[in-house]
Design a protein around this ligand. Structure first.
Ligand code: IPE
Ligand code: IPE
Ligand code: MG
Length: 241
């Protein structure tokens, strides 16, 4: 049985879900932000080590300004509303990404929430905001080069410079909304992740579906490039025949 401890989700499909119901894309983001706390709660119930949600990518800066503004407003509202949930459930909240372009108030609320939950010991709940996998990789490399010029970079040196340096591997990457791509998310960390693409748009993603996906993936065999000993046995037997 594969042990699924570190999970990441690309929360996609908000806009299309809203538009299919003759609403503005914004409506999809509002409904989508309400789903986040349910999934965090379920991650706590499932005793995951970490849950990393993709909320805003480096590429999403190219969206129309009104949509970008709504997303940051929803982020502020979410953090203020859900603080009690994070405290009650002993959740550690952190942001991964470059948030220097966010409005000051949003950055302040992020910092407050991070500080408020830093001493917790339960689920690590990470929001990827202003996040891009390529950006993260270049930052880590440049940070190493600037302090160790001319030295070879090891995997340990590299992972210690990632945004979330205590989560170097993701066990499972889920994408909602039906598209089958990773859109610059956790390029290094997902190297051996199990992948799950669901048609369900993020505003309709439920605790039940989340739990079912984890149960299904837990039954998969993760080989990490190796040959399992019982497989080797059956291979030998079949070649002897
Ligand atoms: C995901 O939903 C939320 C963000 C990327 C911020 P989308 O806004 O991408 O919704 P679709 O994919 O257009 O339906
Ligand atoms: C990925 O969704 C980013 C987030 C969910 C935050 P996008 O909707 O931006 O991805 P593409 O553009 O379809 O690849
Ligand atoms: Mg999308």
């Amino acid at each position: 049985m594969a042990s699924i401890r570190d999970v990441a989700i690309i929360m996609d499909g908000n806009g299309r879900w809203a538009q299919a119901r003759a609403h503005k894309r914004m409506w999809g983001h509002i409904r989508g932000s309400a789903v986040v706390s349910n999934i965090v709660e379920e991650a706590v119930n499932l005793k995951l080590n970490s849950l990393t949600l993709y909320a805003f990518s480096t590429e999403n800066w190219a969206r129309p300004l009104p949509e970008v503004s709504i997303l940051f407003k929803l982020l502020k509202k979410f953090l203020i509303k859900e603080r009690n949930l994070l405290i009650k459930n002993n959740v550690i909240f952190r942001v991964a990404g470059d948030i220097s372009g966010l409005p000051v108030v949003a950055r302040e609320i992020i910092a407050e929430t991070e500080n408020m939950t830093a001493a917790h010991t339960g689920l690590k709940f990470n929001l990827a905001i202003g996040y891009g996998g390529r950006d993260e990789i270049l930052r880590a490399c440049n940070s190493f080069i600037s302090t160790n010029p001319g030295q070879p970079l090891t995997q340990e040196d590299f992972t210690s410079r990632l945004y979330l340096n205590d989560i170097p591997e993701i066990d499972l990457l889920i994408r909602t909304g039906g598209d089958m791509r990773i859109s610059n998310f956790l390029l290094w960390q997902a190297a051996y992740a199990e992948l799950c693409f669901t048609q369900t748009p993020w505003p309709k993603f439920s605790q039940d579906e989340f739990r079912q996906i984890i149960e299904e993936v837990s039954g998969r065999e993760r080989r990490f490039g190796q040959v399992l000993s019982n497989e080797e046995g059956s291979l030998k037997r079949s070649t002897n025949v």
